[in-house]
Design a protein around this ligand. Structure first.
Ligand code: TPP
Ligand code: MG
Length: 352
């Protein structure tokens, strides 16, 4: 039987060519970025990492019930966020591993700590849900839930609504490699392509779905190649390199707004176990995380800034010390905060 030849994509790939250049740490700045932008995003990255580390420590002290870490995913989350911020008309649909993204979008360290400790004042769901699940509309975050890939159909619908209203909004929706095999991902991508929906599907591929390695999740290497089945472009991006993630997203936003969906597979490293409930020593080779940590985006970005003369080592250390101070204060504030008042249990549940 003759093999069917795949048809070329009906959508242009040319303006996304740069996104293909994965693998090299970039130190040259794209024209739309300056050193101040990089210092600012580096500061936010350090704050998110410091917060993440503290949450983990608080879990071990019995003060935080559960957390999923964004350590190792920060360049992908913040490079794409920076492109969205520069654009000014993007909405975000993060997933549970996107702490760095949520914080950099505007969540304060104290709000994060209130959330992980389930205290009154928790901003997403008033401490009703899993930490940082729900909505954060002031920071352009529509919805986050723990249901793998649920955000993809929601984001597709939201982005279609924006398009129908004649708005220029582009939605960025985030998910994992495991989520890419979920039925809902297929439904979202297929529908988005048919209707040229202004959406960017950002897959943070850390090669594990909890303990299941990529080779046991799918029979392909490049998740980005799945976009061809829907007729829109897909690219692999070095998710450990913030500048590459920025550039790829910047290009993808323009494409999404004018032509329709794009899939960006950002290849990242998960430095921590799946969640605080997991022990990854049972399924990861001993030196794998050690090797991955050599690609730490915080070290890479600090080196870029030092190389460019934008910061010196003393200033880098100062940024880290400031983050520690901020997290100490946030931890104290959340520990001192009250649990939600029992009498508020029905608030936001029933209309009165
Ligand atoms: C619909 C659904 N199925 C199963 C789960 C249980 N679950 C939670 S996280 C996870 C793995 C997801 O892996 P991946 O998409 O690669 O994201 P990562 O955690 O690696 O960032 C699974 C199966 C769930 N939350 N939702
Ligand atoms: Mg994964």
């Amino acid at each position: 039987m003759a093999q069917t030849k795949p048809k070329p994509s009906r959508k242009s790939r040319s303006n996304l060519a740069k996104a293909k250049d994965a693998g090299k740490a970039s130190s040259a700045l794209p024209s739309s970025l300056n050193s101040e932008d990089l210092i600012d995003i580096f500061t936010r990255m350090v704050l998110a990492r410091t917060t993440d580390e503290r949450i983990w420590a608080l879990n071990r002290q019995g003060k935080v019930p559960i957390a999923a870490s964004s350590q190792g995913h920060e360049a992908a989350q913040l490079g794409s966020l920076l492109a969205a911020e520069k654009d000014g008309d993007c909405f975000l649909f993060p997933y549970y591993r996107d702490l760095a993204l949520k914080m950099s979008a505007g969540l304060t360290p104290t709000e994060v700590m209130l959330s992980f400790m389930g205290k009154a004042g928790e901003p997403y769901s008033a401490a009703r849900q899993f930490p940082l699940q729900g909505a954060d509309l002031p920071n352009k975050i529509i919805q986050i839930s723990n249901v793998v890939s649920a955000g993809l159909t929601q984001a597709t619908g939201y982005a279609l609504g924006c398009k129908m209203l004649g708005e220029g909004t582009v939605c960025l929706v985030y998910f994992g490699d495991g989520g890419s095999s979920q039925g809902e991902t297929h439904e979202a991508m297929n529908f988005a392509s048919i209707h040229d929906v202004p959406i960017i599907f950002i897959c943070e591929n850390n090669r594990y779905a909890i303990s299941v390695p990529q080779a046991q999740q799918m029979a392909i290497d490049d998740i980005s190649s799945r976009s061809a089945a829907y007729g829109f472009p897909g690219f692999v991006v070095d998710g450990m390199d913030l500048i590459q993630c920025y550039e790829a997203t910047h290009e993808a936003i323009n494409h999404a707004r004018t032509q329709g969906p794009v899939l960006l597979e950002m290849r990242v490293e998960r430095f921590m176990p799946h969640t605080t409930d997991d022990d990854d020593r049972r399924y990861r080779p001993a030196n794998e995380v050690e090797e991955a940590r050599k690609l730490d985006p915080i070290i890479t970005l600090a080196n870029v800034l030092i190389e460019q003369g934008a910061l010196d080592q003393e200033q880098v250390d100062g940024i880290k010390a400031q983050a520690q101070q901020a997290i100490n204060e946030a931890t104290d504030a959340a520990e001192a905060a009250e649990l939600p008042d029992v009498l508020t249990i029905n608030d936001n549940v029933y209309a009165t």
